[in-house]
Design a protein around this ligand. Structure first.
Ligand SMILES: [Fe+2]
Length: 471
C-alpha cells in the first residue's frame, strides 16, 4: 500500500489541479508495496490474454467534444494556453510502457521518469514541455490500484505539468476473480478520468491530482495540436477498438463514432494544426518477411485497427499527420506513403514503448534460426499487405531496441517534429538519437535523421533469441 495508506486525505483537497510536489525529492530506492512475481499467474491465464476483452463506458459529453488543455490546467489554463499560442510553438512529451513490475525493473523506470522530469525543468522557457502524454501500460502487471503509487505517482512525483494517458492492455486486462470494483479500468478512470481534480487514494500523500479526461478515449485539444487517443483494449495482441461487427461482442463501438465525429470536426472547425492519433497497440510492428529466418519480437502489429481507422479517415477526408503507439518495448519509426485524395502523404508511425518497463528486441530466433536485425531504411511494405487506403510504401526508418527512451514533440503553425531521446548509459540528454519533421500542410516528411544513434549498429547484428514472457 502507499506509505500513508492509513491516512485518507480529505476530498477534494485542492480546488485546482496540482501537478507536482513543488520541490524535487530524493529518488526512492525501492517499492513501498512488495510486488510478488506474477509468473505462476501468467502460466494459468496465458490463453486468456488473447481472448478476454473488456467493456468500457462511453466518454462524457458528445463524440465531437474536445478536451481542452486549458481545462486540464485549471483556473489559469486560458492564460497559460494563450501564452503558448503567442509563443507560436508547443512542446510536449510522449512515452509508453513505463511501469516497473519488479524491483529489478524499478531503476529503469526511475531513470526515464527522472530524465523526463529533468528535461522539463531544464528547458528554456520557449522550449518547456507543457504536458506528458502516456501511451498506455502504466501499471504492471494488471493495473492494480495498490501499485499505482510505486509505478506512476512516485516516479512522476516532480513532473510539474499535466499527465494524460490512454490505457494499455496492462491497465485494463481483468484477472479472473477480480471484484468488479477493483477492475483495472475502474482504477485507471478514477485516476485519469475523474470529474474534478481530487487526490485519489492511489496518490497517497503526493500532490498530483487526478486527471479529468472525459474517458478512456478522448481528444486533447491544445494550441497547434490535437491528439485523438483511442483505447485498444486488453489483449496482448492484437489491439481492438470496436466490436469488429460482432467478433468482440463485449466491446462497444463508441470509438468509431467518436473518431468519425473528431475527423469531421477537423474540417468543420477549419483546424490546420497537427492531428496525431495515439493508440497503445501499434498498427505496425517489425517482423521479418515470410521465408526469412527468425521471427519478430514479442508483439505484432494490429492491421484490423489500422484498417478501421483508415476507412473512417477516407470517409471523412482527413488523415492524421502521425500515429503514436507503445506496447512493443522499443523504438520503431516507420514512414507510410499513401495516396489520400489527390495528394501523396508521408505519415510517420512511431512506437515508443521503452518508457521504463523493459527493452526488448525487434527480432528473435525461431526454429533454431537466429533472426537478422533489420537495416534502418528497409522497405517493409509486406507489413501493410491489404491497406484500406492506397498505400504505396512502408519503410522502417529507424529503430532502437537496446535503450530506454522518450519522445519530445514540438509543433508550430507549419511543422510537427518528433525527437527521440535515449535514456541509458552513454545516452545524450541533449542530442536526440532520432528526429523527423513533418510539414503540416502537405503531410510530407521534410527532414529526418540520417545517421545511426550513437553506439548502435543498424544491420548485421543477429538476435540471440530474446523471447520473453508475453506482456
Ligand atoms: Fe501493452
Amino acid at each position: 500500500m502507499p506509505r500513508n495508506a492509513a491516512y485518507r486525505l480529505p476530498q477534494p483537497l485542492f480546488d485546482e489541479p496540482t501537478f507536482s510536489q513543488g520541490r524535487p525529492t530524493p529518488d526512492p530506492t525501492r517499492f513501498r508495496v512488495p510486488h510478488p512475481s506474477d509468473a505462476e499467474l501468467y502460466k494459468r491465464i496465458q490463453g486468456l490474454l488473447y481472448e478476454d476483452v473488456v467493456p468500457f463506458p462511453a466518454a462524457r459529453g458528445t463524440a465531437a467534444d474536445l478536451y481542452e488543455l486549458s481545462t486540464a490546467l485549471g483556473p489559469h489554463g486560458p492564460e497559460e494556453t494563450a501564452a503558448v499560442a503567442r509563443a507560436g510553438r508547443i512542446v510536449f512529451h510522449m512515452v509508453g510502457d513505463i511501469g516497473a513490475s519488479t524491483a529489478a525493473k524499478y531503476p529503469g523506470e526511475l531513470r526515464v521518469s527522472d530524465r523526463i522530469t529533468n528535461d522539463i525543468r531544464t528547458s528554456a522557457p520557449a522550449e518547456r514541455p507543457q504536458f506528458l502524454y502516456l501511451l498506455g501500460d502504466l501499471v504492471y502487471d494488471f493495473g492494480e490500484a495498490q501499485y499505482y503509487y510505486d509505478q506512476f505517482y512516485e516516479p512522476y512525483r516532480d513532473y510539474p505539468a499535466p499527465i494524460f494517458a490512454i490505457p494499455g492492455n496492462h491497465d485494463s486486462f481483468v484477472v479472473p476473480g477480480t471484484p468488479s470494483a477493483q477492475a483495472p479500468l475502474v482504477t485507471f478512470q478514477r485516476n485519469f478520468c475523474a470529474t474534478e481534480p481530487i487526490v485519489t487514494p492511489e496518490a497517497g500523500s503526493l500532490h498530483r491530482t487526478a486527471m479529468t479526461q472525459p474517458g478512456v478515449y478522448f481528444t486533447l485539444d491544445a494550441p497547434f495540436v490535437r491528439i485523438v487517443g483511442l483505447f485498444s483494449n486488453a489483449l496482448e495482441d492484437p489491439g481492438v477498438i470496436s466490436s469488429e461487427d460482432g467478433k468482440w461482442a463485449a466491446i462497444p463501438d463508441y470509438q468509431l463514432d467518436f473518431l468519425t465525429a473528431q475527423l469531421r470536426r477537423v474540417t468543420s472547425d477549419g483546424f490546420s494544426g497537427a492531428l496525431l492519433l495515439a493508440v497503445h497497440h501499434p498498427p505496425f510492428c517489425y517482423e521479418p518477411p515470410a521465408g526469412a529466418p527468425g521471427a519478430g519480437g514479442i508483439h505484432q502489429g494490429s492491421p484490423a485497427v489500422l484498417a478501421q481507422i483508415d476507412r473512417i479517415c477516407a470517409a471523412a477526408g482527413v488523415y492524421p499527420h502521425a500515429f503514436l503507439s507503445g506496447h512493443a518495448h522499443n523504438y520503431q519509426r516507420f514512414t507510410r506513403s499513401i495516396r489520400f485524395g489527390s495528394s501523396g502523404y508521408q505519415v510517420p508511425f512511431l512506437v515508443c514503448g521503452g518508457g521504463g518497463h523493459d527493452v526488448s528486441s525487434l527480432v528473435r530466433a525461431q526454429g533454431g534460426a537466429a533472426a537478422p536485425e533489420p537495416a534502418d531504411g528497409a522497405d517493409v511494405s509486406y507489413l501493410d499487405p491489404q491497406p484500406a487506403v492506397p498505400a504505396t510504401r512502408l519503410v522502417l526508418e529507424r529503430h532502437d531496441d537496446r535503450t530506454y527512451g522518450y519522445l519530445r514533440v514540438a509543433v508550430d503553425a507549419k511543422q510537427l517534429r518528433f525527437d527521440f531521446y535515449q535514456v541509458g548509459t552513454g545516452a545524450s540528454p541533449s542530442q536526440p538519437a532520432d528526429s523527423v519533421t513533418v510539414a503540416l500542410a502537405s503531410h510530407t516528411v521534410v527532414a529526418g535523421s540520417t545517421t545511426a544513434p550513437a553506439g548502435r549498429r543498424t544491420e548485421g547484428r543477429r538476435s540471440a533469441g530474446l523471447l520473453r514472457r508475453k506482456r
